[in-house]
Write a protein that binds this ligand. Sequence first.
Ligand code: ADP
Ligand code: MG
Length: 212
Amino acid sequence: MSLDATWVVEWMRHSARVLAENRAELGTLDREIGDGDHGENMDRGFIAVLSELDAIPDDATPGEVLRRAAMTLISTIGGAAGPLYGTALLKASDAVGSETQLDGASIVALLRAARDGIVLRGKAEVGEKTMVDSWTPAVDAASSAEGAGESPAGILRAAAEAGSAGAEATEPLIARKGRASYLGERAIGHRDPGAQSTALILHAAADAARNA
Ligand code: ADP
Ligand code: MG
């Protein structure tokens, strides 16, 4: 089994829906340890991605869809998250090149490139209470699932579950990057909003693959 550009389009649509549904919750998380705009930022960015999707030709490759979504996120999401998610999708696009069908190995490469793009841009390591704390366990779980012979849908489900666990595991951490780092120990007990939005986006990827 493999996934094509329709999956990427569906991934972006599912992401837009779940980010809209969780806009208030992401805002609350960001109010606790940041400036409260993460829900708004993500919702605005993915609404713009939705209108961009309408302009994408039917014969676009997965990489082209990812590239256009990336450019849209970079230009519409303010704050830290826009360039980080934009870079993630740009690197994911590069990783799949001109492939039209993505097998399990390509899905792992896509996720790994996305995570590496975020690390390249934001310089955060695991344990610093950022979205990297969701992405990295997700990539590791995806890689293990692929090694165990899981389908692309199974790989994405494993990534999503590990990403959620990673987001939850940011709660006891002190933040070392971004606005939350100004809070010191006061960040303890709060989940990182970017790790939570990453978990939502990874679940959207898995949900989009379910019927593919
Ligand atoms: P801002 O902090 O500019 O208001 P957002 O609220 O949209 O931007 O995004 C905040 C999220 O961005 C944080 O919860 C964190 O996950 C992520 N983040 C911030 N700085 C970094 C970084 N250097 N590396 C990775 N992620 C980061
Ligand atoms: Mg913010």
